[in-house]
Design a protein around this ligand. Sequence first.
Ligand code: APR
Length: 283
Amino acid sequence: MGRPCRPKRGGGGYSGTGLRRLLGVEFMDIERVGAGLEPPAALVQLLAETERLVVLTGAGISVESGVPTFRGPEGLWRSFRPEELATPQAFQRNPRLVWEWYDWRRAKIAQARPNPGHLALVRLEERVPDFLLLTQNVDGLHRLAGSRRLLEIHGSLWEVRCLSCGAVREDRRVPIPMLPHCGGCGGLLRPHVVWFGEALNPEILRRAEEALIRAQTVLVVGTSAVVQPAASFALWAREAGAAIVEINPDPTPLTRYCRFALAGAAGEVLPRLLSRLEEQPSR
Ligand code: APR
């Protein structure tokens, strides 16, 4: 059941299709599409014509790999307090507690495998000349799936950083020794992830911004779109003329700005969308 979902209109009662087309995305209906349905032909066409694409993913894309999200009924932040586990102050206060939590997550995620949603994004990357995947996820599953034009904007669970010499290294030990220390200088290691209250790596932010500003389409998958700056990425691109497409079983603050919002699980919707796209004649 395709449910038309109308965003707030600025059109003072004008709703003719021709006028809406003339005025652009601001006045278009959002199409919300149930998980059981085919992706709308207009969406397949939009993606087929898109040469500059940014994809933004969040925890939702890894749900079907068995990795819990942060928010929502089953989310990690229901059982754990972010301020005790995911801030620089928390680490300063109690590095062992923070490391134990990361060690538990590393052990869980070490068993996880990319799901059909991750794999569909690898297929999408192969089709689009100017492509960038921005993920908020630290689980490493996009890389494992084979995504290459990828920026892990919140870092990686599988990298550690020395608090003394600043060296960043891959570290896949599970369990990790408590507490882990730098092989080079002996300093205390921390997870190389971006915690609450910390800024994104400026070079990563610069590359993300450049891609967003030139993007024709931004595909947003499985994020609640509440953590900045990622929550604003799609809106920056929209400001510069891009269409936003969202895949998420639940509405988010971004939904009303979308050209298409597909209400379904990433692991089901993305492979179907890619199959339809691959049926299109190649450019
Ligand atoms: N497919 C797609 N989306 C899904 C699925 C699914 N199968 N299951 C759930 N979702 C959606 C939820 O509806 C929700 O909107 O995924 C989203 C997950 O939201 P969050 O748990 O808030 O995760 P995310 O948006 O990635 O969080 C951002 O917050 O705690 C920090 O640093 C952490 O990177 C994380 C950031």
